[in-house]
Design a protein around this ligand. Structure first.
Ligand SMILES: Cc1cc2nc3c(=O)[nH]c(=O)nc-3n(C[C@H](O)[C@H](O)[C@H](O)COP(=O)(O)O)c2cc1C
Length: 372
């Protein structure tokens, strides 16, 4: 489908700023539409939604904007061996008792994968992006034939190569600074020691070998950082945490409140069974070391606890997803935030150009070229 690559959404954006999909509450049609209407590109999160709920949200988004929007899907994994969960469930029993809830059933599911793909094939959007894996080339091809571009999120060079080979149109390059889940194709605790690859490093590594447009994501909260990733070769910057404070986001009150504090972030599997970055709190500190690799089983297991925490206003029980620069968040309407960030990025790039000065004159121009 070479022809599709000529007129990519990324080449047509007025502003190279992408709203990250923000599953689990914050994502709303209003937020998506506000970013796309401001000349950026808004994603709607489809993670944790059944196909009919996604269709409803897309329909609502369509009433709010004519601009292109995207949908993000989680690529399903494989069930964890059942005994993996027993010890962890026993460990959480006290928290459940204290919160006055029963733990959820630690079940596996594929997040309604086939039905959502089917819906997106019938009613295509401009871009479908994927997280937690690379879909089969057949799936990518089907979406492209339906008229969508396919972006695959990668966290290391080997994943980028796989996505290129599978036929992706663009890569979302996620640095380890990112808030929320690490998008790795496989969540491998053996790699925890490395801490993951930071965004600027990853952009350079992926850019050196993948000849596709790159969307940089992870820890970008200012126009300066947008300027930095554009200078490093990205076609756009995707921001997640920076939009959590917008009035259009349905971010839980306890989460909003925590974003105004200063506690450090950490990565953890305690809430969902998959590595994710959030603001450190009681639950994260107490259970991270014991949490198994079992997604989405652990996500279902802890759901009632997180729900109880949100309802009672207890941030200690809630997954407070946030990237490493969350302290720089601004509570502006999303469209205004996009415009402000774009202005800041322009100013930062200009400042950087001025610092570099004019190009050095060519050697053969002689002493007049500025070399005494
Ligand atoms: C609350 C929250 C929910 C997220 N949900 C998704 C999601 O559904 N799909 C996805 O690909 N990434 C998701 N992410 C990760 C973002 O796509 C992105 O990689 C991350 O927000 C970038 O780092 P930043 O938060 O520092 O901007 C989420 C991030 C946050 C903070």
């Amino acid at each position: 489908m070479v022809w599709l690559r000529h007129n990519l959404v990324l080449d047509r954006l007025a502003v190279p700023i992408v709203l990250a999909p923000l599953a689990g509450g914050p994502s709303t049609p209003e937020l998506t539409a506000a970013v796309s209407n401001a000349g950026g590109f808004g994603f709607l999160a489809a993670g944790y939604l059944a196909a009919p709920a996604l269709a409803e949200r897309l329909e609502r988004t369509r009433t709010l904007t004519d601009a292109p929007v995207g949908v993000n899907l989680f690529v399903p994994g494989t069930p964890a061996p059942p005994q993996t969960l027993d010890g962890y469930a026993a460990r959480l029993a006290d928290d459940a008792r204290q919160a006055g809830v029963e733990l959820g059933a630690a079940r596996f599911d594929d997040d309604d994968w086939a039905a959502k793909l089917e819906a997106l094939t019938t009613t295509p959007v401009a871009v479908v992006s994927f997280t937690f894996g690379c879909p089969e080339p057949e799936v990518i091809g089907r979406l492209q034939v339906a008229g969508s571009e396919v972006w695959v999120t990668v966290t290391r060079p080997s994943e980028a190569r796989q996505a290129v080979d599978a036929g992706a149109d663009a890569l979302v390059v996620q640095g380890a600074e990112a808030g929320g889940h690490r998008a790795s194709f496989r969540d491998d605790p053996a790699e925890d020691e490395t801490g993951g690859i930071g965004l600027l490093s990853l952009l350079q590594l992926v850019g050196a070998q993948a000849d596709l447009p790159l969307v940089a994501t992870g820890g970008i909260a200012t126009g300066r950082a947008i300027a930095a990733v554009l200078a490093a070769g990205a076609a756009a910057a995707q921001l997640g945490t920076a939009f959590l404070g917008c009035p259009e986001a349905a971010t839980a009150a306890v989460h909003r409140q925590a974003l105004t504090g200063g506690a450090p972030t950490a990565t953890t599997r305690a809430f969902t069974g998959r590595l994710a970055r959030g603001i450190r709190n009681r639950f994260l500190d107490r259970h991270s070391a014991a949490a198994p690799v079992a997604y989405p089983e652990v996500n279902h297991l802890t759901a009632p606890l997180r729900q109880a925490g949100r309802a009672a206003g207890d941030p200690g029980l809630v997954n407070l997803w946030a990237g490493q620069t969350y302290q720089l968040g601004r509570q502006l309407p999303a469209g205004q935030l996009v415009r402000t960030l774009a202005e800041e990025a322009r100013a930062a790039l200009q400042e950087a150009c001025e610092r570099l000065g004019p190009p050095a004159a060519a050697e053969d121009e002689g002493p007049a070229g500025g070399h005494p």
